[in-house]
Ligand binder design. Structure first.
Ligand SMILES: Cc1cc2nc3c(=O)[nH]c(=O)nc-3n(C[C@H](O)[C@H](O)[C@H](O)COP(=O)(O)OP(=O)(O)OC[C@H]3O[C@@H](n4cnc5c(N)ncnc54)[C@H](O)[C@@H]3O)c2cc1C
Length: 383
């Protein structure tokens, strides 16, 4: 069990004072599939985005574990799950990739803006023809003097409609397999780069991923994160952070649903007594509690191992499976506890259910997590 310091607790409580502002008008943003611009300004002001970045670049210099501890409470306190998703995507996909793999000059230029939130970050990995098989991507990057020319198209770029900076993964070496990918930091207004319309999809409406098109887009060699050919290492690091941060937010959301269900089950009466008195309802709520606590344990244990420099392939896949499934069960359980109101727009539980479905797909689908664990057991494909 992690012993959180007084400083961690103060930080979490301090950010917690802002949750009302983050969640303001969230149902409208979801209905209109519009990015929550005003709440984002509050997020910036709160300092939340600064958590994992070095003080040298305007950050708070906190560890992965402390960052997760605060993000968990964001999930509990802020009902705008699309905004929460935008926060982790921004912080991790661009910020963590840049902090860990960018040159000092690149960090000096961009990290203070990412840390402050004045430049919104995104990353483009998935393509129309390759999602789970990220290494099968076809977007190319060809050396051209002091630049690379990027060509191809990407799909489902979270934060895409509002992103100022995108980490684009492209193939620099056609035949080199995992060693053929390179990560580039690209500014939105770079000629040859264009974003598509926000896609209509299930869950997290106002985070609206969109397509991205690259047509000979010239990116300076100085904008490479890590080395040429080391893109899969960058991606591996980012996906580890993404899974841990995004799904710890999910456990906070599970806690909020649990609290709502306990309250509702105590108030709603059927057959002359509160529905929480029926074993079927009480046990459903207990299952939500067990799913929440199991997810927390897996996520924090995996984060501790990762922070200690240990290999976490199977742990991460297990944590994602456990937390993704628990979130889905918790969202479906809450809809059931609320009965007819569970599917009504007012309480918003239908929206949470759709968000939980999306959680079984982004950051690696359920199927691919099983595949990874099987590989560590010597089954299926090689690890
Ligand atoms: C809300 C949301 C936000 C997203 N944000 C981003 C983003 O910011 N940037 C980005 O680049 N992408 C993003 N994505 C895309 C996401 O990463 C992909 O959708 C995901 O990787 C799956 O790829 P796919 O959709 O092509 O499905 P496929 O890879 O085609 O999978 C289809 C089915 O086949 C199964 N499958 C495929 N291969 C295997 C295997 N080896 N073993 C077992 N089962 C397998 C899958 O489990 C799945 O059930 C986002 C997606 C969502 C839903």
């Amino acid at each position: 069990m992690i012993a959180w310091s007084k400083d961690d607790e103060r930080l979490r409580e301090g950010i917690g004072l802002w949750f009302g502002k983050f969640g303001e008008d969230f149902a409208r943003y979801e209905r209109e599939s519009a990015f929550a611009r005003e709440p984002w300004l509050a997020v910036m002001e709160s300092g939340l985005l600064r958590l994992p970045f070095d003080e040298k670049w305007g950050g708070l210099g906190r560890s992965l574990l402390t960052t997760m501890y605060v993000l968990e409470d964001l999930g509990r306190g802020c009902p705008n799950s699309a905004l929460n998703f935008a926060v982790t995507t921004h912080m991790v996909s661009t910020g963590i990739a840049l902090q860990r793999f960018g040159s000092t000059a690149l960090k000096d230029t961009y990290l203070p803006r990412i840390s402050a939130g004045t430049a919104i970050g995104a990353h483009a990995v998935t393509e129309p023809g390759s999602g789970s098989d990220a290494l099968g991507m076809r977007t190319t990057a060809t050396a051209d003097g002091d630049c690379y020319r990027l060509s191809g198209s990407k799909a489902f770029v979270g934060n895409g409609p509002v992103a100022d900076l995108v980490v684009v993964y492209a193939r620099t070496e056609p035949a080199a397999g995992p060693l053929g990918l390179t990560a580039f930091l690209v500014e939105r207004d770079t000629p040859g780069l264009a974003f598509g319309e926000p896609s209509e999809k299930t869950g997290l409406q106002s985070s609206s991923p969109c397509s991205l098109f690259l047509d000979g887009c010239r990116v300076p060699k100085t904008h490479i994160l890590g080395r040429v050919g080391a893109g899969s290492l960058v991606l591996d690091h980012v996906v580890t952070w993404e899974t841990l941060c995004c799904f710890i937010v999910g456990t906070g959301e599970m806690r909020r649903r649990l609290d709502r269900c306990v309250e509702y089950a105590g108030e709603r009466g059927d057959f002359g007594r509160p529905i929480g008195g029926f074993q079927a309802v009480a046990h459903r709520i207990v299952d939500m509690k067990i799913g929440l606590e199991t997810s927390r344990k897996w996520l924090y244990d995996t984060a501790e191992k990762f922070a200690a420099g240990r290999k976490v392939t199977a742990d991460l896949a297990t944590a994602k499976l456990v937390a993704g499934r628990a979130a889905l069960d918790s969202a479906l359980g809450a809809v059931q506890v609320f009965g007819g109101d569970g599917g009504a727009a007012g309480p918003g539980l239908d929206r949470e259910l759709r968000g939980a479905v999306a959680g079984t797909i982004h950051s690696g689908t359920t199927g691919t997590q099983y595949d990874r664990i099987a590989a560590t057991l010597g089954l299926g494909r090689a690890a």
